[in-house]
Ligand binder design. Structure first.
Ligand code: GLY
Length: 563
């Protein structure tokens, strides 16, 4: 009897803990954004209010990563309604976009045409996502929630070494557009450390959004200025494109991996589907019983197959028939696994052909992994948000619409501009991701939740095509029972089918391990610097809340009491 009572009380306390954590937590890529979110949670806001405050603040203080001119995916868990949804604020191709818009008369891709300048920009979704999140899920007025972002835009924020690195990478395109150079450069050069980036026009735009919601951005004065400025610089936006932008609530991808329930982004992201493929291939092995090199080999083979399918099948599911159910089913992964040898790599060219005449491009850039941004939030009611947002390449298209402060994305490059030809991340795609008006480009952004009977983890990272494999490696650390800090710190490696190469951070393999992988037939390439910027929270129902921010960049993770 005593035992039964004890068991009952343990079960009860576990279920109470599973409803409400004793502390809140935030992890973002910038300390000012983390603090903005914390202020909101401490002023009576919930995780959704904090998410809006963080989204807006990151738009100001990380202009190279995300912004009002971009989009993203916000994965929400509404504890009261027992609801998990994916808010799709991905950019939409403008009405005048067409399949061959980046090709010359001979059908060749016009260099940089989908990367630099306003022709590269999709219709942004971030503002619509913030307004939707605030109106439907938040507790506080939007005006209050946007205060920090408005303050940092008005008063400025100091340039850091990371800002300098990003600005140096995109210097020539920022210099090309005076509207950008005046804000993001100093005397037309990369600003010195500590220089304040003041964004008066952006502050005004944020104030209009605070007052009018969507109408402050997608219609009226700001919309007119956006369209006029884009058109004056050879872009193709129309006022109707802005007016017709729609936010979508989608069902996220959910699957089981061993004892874990994983929830991640659905199309137009490839993240959830690719994670399902990789993890369900790997669950056929007792990884920890194998030596390190064999484990790595198997993980690479799983990556290769998931990215091959990404290239063939994935695109915006509102436009193309994405076989999500099949691709996320364990039997499908089991079938792929059967082609994997324990002792030998399979060249990507030996996997079934995709149909398009694929070209490869070696992408080994120092800035890969630094674009885009991720944050994780948990409030003391158990609501949570895992959000990954982007303007694509560092500083997006490099083009700021005059009089708005809005730096536009170059997310159109995430389409297959020419099916079979790689984008800036070396990713190839097929017809499923071809350009069409109103369509959303395929993304790798993978905001993710991992649930077990012990707790729930919130994770994600920027990093272009490498996002999904970083989240995979984070989940494998979590499975080992490692602390949250280890999920974000562990050295990383990546394979994306094409190019047929394993890119790896300095300490991911020893020289001997790299040599063994080469002997198995892998082509390894060590990167000169680290990549990724992972932000995680782990709510352990018994031991409490942990948060961690990737040590490679300059983020901040906090766990704190809410009065
Ligand atoms: N622009 C990066 C991504 O969406 O994957």
């Amino acid at each position: 009897m005593k035992f039964l009572l004890l068991l009952l009380s343990l079960l009860l306390s576990a279920s109470v803990n599973a409803q409400e954590p004793s502390q809140a937590a935030i992890a973002t890529a910038h300390p000012l954004a983390t603090q903005a979110g914390k202020r909101i949670l401490q002023s009576g806001g919930n995780a959704f209010d904090a998410a809006v405050a963080i989204t807006a603040t990151l738009a100001v203080v990380e202009p190279y990563s995300s912004g009002l001119g971009g989009g993203g995916f916000w994965l929400l868990r509404d504890q009261k309604q027992h609801k998990t949804i994916m808010l799709d604020g991905r950019e939409m191709a403008p009405g005048k976009a067409h399949r061959d818009m980046y090709l010359d008369q001979d059908g060749n891709y016009i260099a940089k045409s989908s990367v630099d300048g306003p022709l590269a920009a999709g219709i942004p979704g971030t503002v619509a996502a913030m307004v939707h999140l605030s109106e439907k899920y938040g507790n506080l007025p939007l005006q209050q929630v946007l205060q920090s972002a408005i303050k940092y835009a008005e008063k400025g924020f100091p340039v850091t070494s990371h800002y300098q690195k990003m600005a140096a990478f995109r210097l020539s395109v920022l210099q090309r557009y005076k509207s950008s150079a005046d804000i993001f450069l100093h005397n037309n050069e990369v600003p010195e450390s500590g220089h304040l980036i003041v964004q008066k026009d952006l502050a005004q735009t944020l104030k209009l959004i605070a007052q009018k919601g969507n109408a402050g951005f997608y219609q009226g004065n700001i919309a007119n200025k956006l369209v006029d400025s884009v058109k004056a610089n050879a872009g193709i936006w129309h006022l109707n494109d802005l007016k017709n932008y729609t936010i979508k609530e989608r069902e996220p991808v959910q699957f089981h991996y061993r004892h874990m329930k994983i929830t991640s982004a659905a199309p137009p992201s490839s993240g959830g589907i690719a994670l399902a493929t990789m993890l369900q291939i790997l669950q056929n092995y007792e990884l920890k019983s194998l030596d390190d090199v064999t484990q790595t080999h198997l993980i690479i083979e799983a990556m290769r197959r998931a990215y091959r399918d990404r290239a063939e099948f994935l695109g915006d599911s509102d436009f193309t028939n994405v076989p999500t159910e099949r691709l996320t089913h364990a039997w499908y992964a089991d079938g792929l696994q059967k082609g994997i040898r324990l002792d030998k790599a399979m060249p990507s060219s030996d996997l079934p052909e995709i149909g398009a005449n694929l070209k490869t491009k070696i992408v080994n850039s120092q800035t890969e992994g630094q674009d885009t941004t991720h944050f994780s939030v948990l409030d003391t009611q158990g609501n949570l948000v895992s959000a990954t947002m982007s303007i694509n390449y560092p500083f997006g298209s490099g083009f700021t619409a005059a009089g708005t402060g809005v730096l536009l994305n170059d997310e159109m490059d995430d389409f297959s501009a020419r099916p079979g030809t790689p984008n800036v991340y070396g990713l190839v795609g097929a017809e499923a991701n071809a350009i069409a008006p109103g369509k959303r480009p395929l993304s790798s952004m993978s905001p993710t939740l991992v649930e077990t009977d012990k707790g729930i983890a919130i994770l994600g990272t920027p990093g272009g095509s490498r996002i999904i494999t970083m989240v995979l490696l984070g989940i494998l650390e979590l499975e080992k029972g490692a602390a949250a800090q280890q999920w974000v710190t562990r050295p990383r490696f990546h394979h994306q089918y094409l190019p047929d190469k394993v890119f790896y951070e300095k300490n991911a393999f020893s020289m001997e391990q790299a040599a063994e992988l080469e002997l198995m037939g892998h082509h390894t390439s060590q990167l000169d610097s680290g990549y990724g910027n992972m932000q995680v929270i782990n709510w352990d129902y018994v031991n409490g809340v942990q948060a961690a921010s990737d040590p490679r960049v300059e983020g901040q993770a906090v766990v704190f009491d809410v009065p």
